[in-house]
Design a protein around this ligand. Structure first.
Ligand SMILES: Cc1cc2nc3c(=O)[nH]c(=O)nc-3n(C[C@H](O)[C@H](O)[C@H](O)COP(=O)(O)O)c2cc1C
Length: 339
């Protein structure tokens, strides 16, 4: 088995962890350790396991601005730190954006960060896991953090922990691990309806609300989002990457606005909303696991991916745990569907 470890590092902590992970894996496998600056993202070599590591900056992956700030910290002669490089080259986020990743590899992610609740200090590893997830890549192990002290150096014992983590990763046939998908499930009485902003989603929502009114059932309206479909301006603000929970909230606000006109025709129905990072079919199946029914349009904004994977409605019909109602397009959309 061959392993490739790609890391980003400003002060050397993430680099050191990458080397320790490699030493653990090396007991069983060939390992290459390489910095994001030295590996052309369009020429990623074949590997059985790819491990990606980055320092946590401002709750997630570094940005050009956070790396500039880090460089200022490193250049301060009192810091005692040594910068890994003297310019401000690309970080993991930019590298991943261009990376052509081998389809058959297993993936694992780690970060370095300050010890503390993830909600407060953030985690670059979870950010990478989310980005991979939107590309349909699941992990072979939970995203893992190695902790630094206030002076950006690794806490005592973290090198040993990294080596042990590497040894575990190197074991054959790790199981896929679904790191990111964590939506709130709908209650058993609810109807769940997917809404991607398309005209057919409006038809599905109308049908779901009609049914809910007749059944006196609540409705949960769900929109899945990805890096490609996130609302304009929601992913970054002031040069920083937004936490995904903020993007979820923005997607939810849009969902509320865009469904208002249809909902106002069904004032008696209790409605909840959810914006979730993930692939639409997976999100809808997960949210509706215990629900009374899942309602979807027969075709939404699927595009090329839908042709490859089957439409979201097809995947829901095949894999959902609850009954699924697929709403055919109303007359005005039939011409679009045929063309
Ligand atoms: C600009 C900047 C922002 C940072 N933001 C965070 C943060 O939000 N959460 C956190 O846990 N650590 C944060 N840190 C600490 C980094 O996680 C720490 O510098 C890093 O783990 C060191 O790894 P490296 O030596 O490989 O660069 C930040 C550091 C810098 C320089």
């Amino acid at each position: 088995m061959s392993t490739l470890i790609v890391y980003e590092s400003m002060f050397g902590a993430t680099h050191a962890v990458a080397e320790e992970i490699a030493s653990g894996i090396r007991r069983r496998n060939d390992v290459t350790v390489v910095s994001v600056h030295d590996l052309d993202p369009e020429q990623v070599p074949e590997a059985d396991l790819i491990v990606l590591g980055a320092p946590t900056h401002v709750h997630g992956l570094s940005t050009p601005v956070s790396r500039e700030n880090a460089a200022l910290v490193g250049l301060d002669s009192y810091s005692g730190l040594q910068l890994e490089h003297d310019q401000n080259p690309i970080g993991m986020a930019e590298w991943l954006e261009r990376a052509q990743l081998p389809a058959d590899a297993g993936f694992a992610v780690f970060d370095t960060r300050i010890r503390g609740p993830r909600l407060l200090v953030g985690s670059a590893a979870h950010h990478v896991a989310s980005l991979l997830h939107t590309r349909g890549i699941d992990l072979v192990a939970p995203p893992t953090s190695f902790f630094v002290m206030d002076n950006h150096r690794l806490e005592p014992g973290e090198r040993e922990r990294a080596s042990a983590w590497g040894a575990e990763l190197g074991l054959p046939q790790p199981k896929p691990f679904d790191a990111v998908l964590d939506p709130t499930p709908a209650t058993p009485a609810s109807l769940v309806v997917g809404h991607d902003g398309s005209a057919q989603a409006d038809d599905a929502l109308t049908t779901a609300l009609d049914l809910a009114a007749a059944l006196s059932a609540p409705v949960m309206i769900v929109r899945a989002w990805s890096i490609d479909t996130a609302p304009r301006g929601a992913l970054f603000h002031d040069g920083y990457a937004s936490p995904f929970s903020e993007v979820d909230a923005r997607v939810r606000e849009l969902l509320i606005e865009e469904t208002r006109a249809i909902r106002e025709r069904h004032p008696g129905v209790a409605v909840e909303f959810q914006g979730v990072l993930g692939q639409p079919a997976e999100v809808l199946i997960e949210v509706s696991r215990r629900a009374r029914m899942l309602v979807v349009g027969s075709r939404g904004r699927g595009g090329f991916a839908a042709l490859m994977l089957g439409s979201v409605s097809e995947q829901c019909v095949r894999h959902a745990a609850c009954p699924v109602l697929v709403v055919r397009p109303s007359g005005r959309d039939l011409d679009d569907e045929r063309s």
